[in-house]
Design a protein around this ligand. Structure first.
Ligand code: PGA
Length: 249
């Protein structure tokens, strides 16, 4: 049985004060009452503050990005070692906003995964098709392509990776994939992994992301191959996020 996991992705939102308040409200609402794994991915500059607040919490701490380099002259970048120093447990890699707006390539993303894992972080690796790709019947092909280099890498530890399927047309749009649409892709992702990694595929958690909210989470999380959610907008509201976590059983 795979445990469910719900990860909040705060993106570039909040202030120092709002971060403190949101962490405290989520933590006190959850208060050991929830069975799934929970994480919040906060902006870099608030990691230390969040880490202090989460010291004795079941909520894990995540970052939203990491450099593919270990150190050096890369102005503005943050290394995996630095994230570990800031008490991070995990990091998102390859979010569609990173792929689209910052042109992150599959090659770079695999390097990021390796850097993160080398430094003891576990990785949420994001994939997903655009609306154009879906309407032209290319969703499966695109997803297979986004997984190819990762699955071919001998340096990736598949015991410490979670895949997040986030159709780009569903992110921040209020348009969620139906549970059936999402399940179809999740089952496909597991098959693609199975072709390369055999039995390990059954152990890898695959999250759905894209306009998850307290109303649609339950049905999505009930699907056989959906092991939880990556939640953007709704994770900025402690009540909504907690309600989503409660549905991940
Ligand atoms: P959303 O974002 O829940 O606001 O659609 C999800 C994500 O981008 O991870």
């Amino acid at each position: 049985m795979r445990q469910k996991i719900v990860v909040g992705n705060w993106k570039m939102n909040g202030s120092f004060l709002e971060t403190k308040e949101l962490i405290q409200s989520i933590d006190s609402a959850i208060d050991g009452k929830i069975d799934c794994q929970i994480a919040v991915s906060v902006p870099f500059v608030y990691l230390n503050c969040a880490a202090d607040l989460l010291k004795s919490s079941q909520i894990m701490l995540g970052a939203q990005n990491v450099s593919e380099h270990s150190k050096g002259a890369y102005t503005g970048e943050v290394s995996a070692q630095m994230l570990k120093d800031s008490q991070c447990d995990l990091v998102l890699v390859g979010h569609s906003e990173r792929r689209q707006y910052f042109n992150e390539t599959d090659e770079q993303l695999v390097k990021k995964v390796i850097q993160a894992q080398k430094n003891g972080l576990y990785v949420i690796f994001c994939i997903g098709e655009t609306e154009q790709e879906r309407v032209s019947d290319r969703a499966f092909e695109v997803i297979e392509q986004q997984l190819a280099l990762l699955l071919d890498s001998a340096d990736v530890d598949f015991g410490n990776i979670v895949i997040a399927y986030e159709p780009i047309w569903a992110i921040g749009t209020g348009l969620t994939a139906s549970p059936e649409q999402a399940q179809e892709i999740h089952a496909f992702i597991r098959d693609v992994i199975k072709n390369k990694l055999s039995a390990l595929a059954e152990k890898i958690q695959i999250l759905y992301g894209g306009s998850v909210n307290e109303k649609n989470a339950e049905l999505l999380f009930k699907q056989t191959d959906i092991d939880g959610g990556l939640v953007g907008g709704a994770s900025l509201d402690a009540k909504a996020f907690t309600a989503i976590c409660q549905q991940a059983k």
